[in-house]
Design a protein around this ligand. Structure first.
Ligand code: AMP
Length: 132
């Protein structure tokens, strides 16, 4: 059965999309640690990041670099934290999180709550700066 991220990529489940190209897709994490917390996923479904083919592994980092640049413009911060967990969804993904301190990327922190309108605004705010 397709993962929830494949269903998002296929448009069967809604998301707050940031950007996509032929191979990768970026959208807001629905349980964000910070405004702008984004997930980047490969369109080719693979559970474990390091099981990706070399092309997809390098490609997802290069795609993430472009998305991270846009997040940093939209949400100025010290840097964009990069995390890979994969404990919840068996579809490789990279978390991109605006951070000013280590505490900002503590996954034990309570997640932020945004209204659908706020999520839409955040996604639009970032996506307008993405240059693929
Ligand atoms: P992990 O697999 O441990 O990296 O966690 C999966 C992440 O995906 C969590 O941060 C969830 O909040 C996020 N997530 C799960 N379902 C959705 C969804 N439908 N839309 C956006 N983010 C999601």
């Amino acid at each position: 059965m397709a993962t929830i991220f494949t269903r998002i990529i296929n448009g069967d489940i809604p998301c707050y999309k940031i950007a996509e190209d032929d191979n990768f897709f970026a959208f807001l994490d629905i349980n964000p640690l910070k405004a702008g917390h984004t997930l980047v996923v490969p369109k080719r479904e693979t559970d474990y990041l390091f099981d990706l083919e070399d092309d997809d592994l390098t490609g997802i980092m290069l795609f993430s670099k472009k998305v991270a640049a846009a997040i940093r413009i939209a949400y100025p911060c010290n840097r964009i934290g990069v995390a890979v967990l994969g404990l919840e969804v068996p579809h490789a993904h990279i978390h991109l999180i605006p951070m000013d301190s280590m505490e900002d990327v503590n996954f034990k922190n309570p997640k932020l709550k945004f209204t659908p309108e706020e999520f839409r605004e955040i996604a639009a705010n970032i996506s307008k700066y993405v240059i693929l």
